[in-house]
Unconditional design. Sequence first.
Length: 321
Amino acid sequence: LSIPAILLYISLYAFVKRWKAAFMILSFPTMVGLWTSGFVAPVRCAALKALLRFAVASASMKLLDIHALSLTSSFPSYTAGSPPPPSLMALIILTELRYESFTPNPIRHPPIPNYPFPSSPEKRKFFYSERAQLLVHILIFSILQTLPQYTVIKALGILFTIWILWTSIEQLVRYRNSPPLFGPIWLADSLAGFWTETWHNAFASPCLSLAYTPTLYISRRLRVPRRAARSAAVVAAFSLMAVFHMYALEPLLNDEGRRKIGWFFVVNGIFTVAEVAVWGRKRHWARTVVAWCIELAISTWTIRAVPIADGVLGADWKGLC
């Protein structure tokens, strides 16, 4: 991936310099290099192959996202200080998954509750910090691993595993001004809130520019009612993530597993649209209960196709290679 990564950096440098023709021309060999890397330098380890696929798909979406934003002159502006030189700006665009240093960006944060420590905002702020919540989630994950590994427990175990792994990596590579990558899972009070405020938003920008916005635009041009058009756009964004995960996880899953991973995202999109149609922006305990029942049901159905016999810690991780 080193060659297409260098090509991607050079193409972003051309983008920063506003060399539009060079940016367009360089994007082609970059995409070719990304998508042929697995054939030029094949690997046998299924886990490594999946990791490389995640890198290829992520880099491709970033490049296409920048093209989509530049076509509409809506690429966010750098707001983290004085504009750096083009060589550094290209590196920032290459490495920032969520445009942390740019405005506007699509990152949303869940509201911080008044508990615990209702009389001490400082303690409450520390408790909900990423590092403190990382410890809280590791504790909850450890408790889950001691329980009988019913399918629903396995599903929760994978959910917390992804949260812990991503957050741990983010703590090592984060920018000084990076917002939290996740919200606390245990605070999720709706499907819409889970996917926009709680779960990681590393791919929020490409979901908007490559799926949501085009679908909304086409639907409106076809005179589809705005509410229906927005619903279709939300499902389109979830469908993009379905394709992304099906491609990246292909080395690790059988055909049934890939299909279920794809349907997991599509069905979540459909239920999220339905939830918003019923509740709107209203927060209510009944909405929270229904949301968790739906999410656990979908996750449990999906996890049946993933070979984790005895929970995350008891899985045959060596067997992945």
